[in-house]
Design a protein around this ligand. Structure first.
Ligand code: PLP
Length: 383
């Protein structure tokens, strides 16, 4: 049996998405910048996908720019706004638990004359609006706070933060890679100026994403060259991927409520089952304000990596934190920011559930997991 429980890292491409993409590799291969029928066909397909993405976040299609994914969107938003608005200030505010696509970009900007405040979080992973208010100075030009965290799933009070930023005429960016298509987002109501999304977290293809930029925001492009994406992102468009992204968004929109119920139910079954069968389990992240499919726990006396490898042998695929940080043996920066001692942070693992998971999957995990923990604890007691 194979049970995939790492949907926050990536998701399988939905067969309906793949089907929508294939003609754009085989027959409809035109360059969208050309004027003949084959090119116009590609242009129409891109515009349709753009409309679907805009609709889901209540933006206008002219405010959506296709990128190669969440990483590029985050980089473009932060560097693009920082460098284009230097006369307004040199201070940025973000949180300690952002994805590395934001944190490393902030560090890059620090090396180029900008100052960055990294807001702490409470033990559930929440950023406080009071702390945000205190951090603002008259040199602050951009605030970037993620909607929900990829490791622990904690959801931030984005609407309140957007209002704080707008009132002070500070740009507000949010990384919604983990929430887009899963939680309702309204860029107008939430006062969002820039927003990053990625297709491969919502059953779309890898290597395609988008950046929403509110009309009127001053931003430099990251890539220079052709006139694609209204000169904000040069390079021939990846038409099949864009079409797949559009289809994935259409499906996510239709299934959002149903999927939230499904994921919450399975996630709670999994957590309750684990707690009933294994002692020394603690939840990392917010108990309620959390992504429906995310469960991050610490398991006393057991290293997350050891658990991951043992579960892998049984066909269960999970993660010990951010997939992008795997390969490194450093404990997760997110768990450390919650205040977890290093040992407890190393004893953590993340289950992230998805559309195709079933109650049988959960039942299988609940038979395998206690056995594996028992075995590993025996070994660790011996050593
Ligand atoms: N931001 C968050 C919160 C993520 O979870 C990820 C991916 O794990 C990214 C950004 C990067 O997105 P992409 O893989 O599309 O570059």
């Amino acid at each position: 049996m194979q049970v995939y429980l790492d949907h926050n890292a990536t998701t399988p491409v939905d067969p309906r998405v793949l089907e929508a993409m294939l003609p754009y590799y085989r027959d409809k291969y035109g360059n969208a910048s050309t004027l003949y029928a084959l090119g116009r066909e590609a242009r129409v397909a891109i515009d349709n996908a753009r409309e679907r993405i805009a609709e889901l976040i209540h933006a206008s299609p002219q405010e959506i720019y296709f990128t190669s994914g969440g990483t590029e969107s985050d980089n473009t938003a932060l560097k693009g706004v920082a460098f284009a608005n230097r006369e307004r200030g040199n201070h940025l505010i973000t949180s300690q638990i952002e994805h590395s696509a934001v944190l490393d970009t902030c560090r890059y900007l620090e090396n180029h004359g900008f100052e960055v405040t990294y807001l702490p979080v409470d033990r559930f992973g929440k950023v406080s609006t009071e702390a945000l208010l205190k951090a603002i100075t008259d040199r602050t030009l951009l605030i970037s706070i993620m909607h929900a965290n990829n490791e622990i799933g904690t959801i931030q009070p984005i609407k309140e933060m957007g209002a704080i930023a707008r009132e002070r005429k500070i740009y507000f960016h949010t990384d919604t890679v983990q929430t887009f298509g899963k939680l309702p987002i309204d860029v107008k109501q939430m006062n969002i100026d820039l927003l990053s999304v990625s297709a491969h977290k919502i059953y779309g293809p890898k290597g395609i994403g988008a950046l929403y930029v509110r009309k009127g925001v001053k931003m430099d492009p990251l890539l220079h060259g052709g006139e694609q994406e209204r000169k904000r992102r040069a390079g021939t468009e990846n038409v099949p991927a864009i079409v797949g992204f559009g289809k994935a968004v259409e499906l996510a929109k239709k299934q959002m409520e149903e999927e939230t119920r499904h994921l919450t139910k399975l996630r709670d079954q999994l957590f309750e089952g684990i707690q009933a069968k294994v002692d020394g389990i603690t939840l990392n992240g917010h108990p309620t304000d959390r992504l429906p499919g995310t469960l991050n726990i610490s398991v006393r006396h057991v290293k997350g990596e050891a658990l991951l490898l043992q579960l892998d042998r049984k066909g269960i695929f999970i993660s010990t934190g951010s997939a992008c940080a795997s390969g490194s043996i450093e404990p997760s920066h997110v768990l450390l920011a919650l205040g977890l001692p290093e040992a407890e942070a190393r004893n953590s693992l993340r289950f992230s559930l998805g559309r195709e998971n079933t109650e049988e999957d959960i039942a299988y995990v609940l038979t395998v997991f206690p056995e594996v923990v028992k075995k590993l604890r025996e070994v660790s007691a011996l050593t």
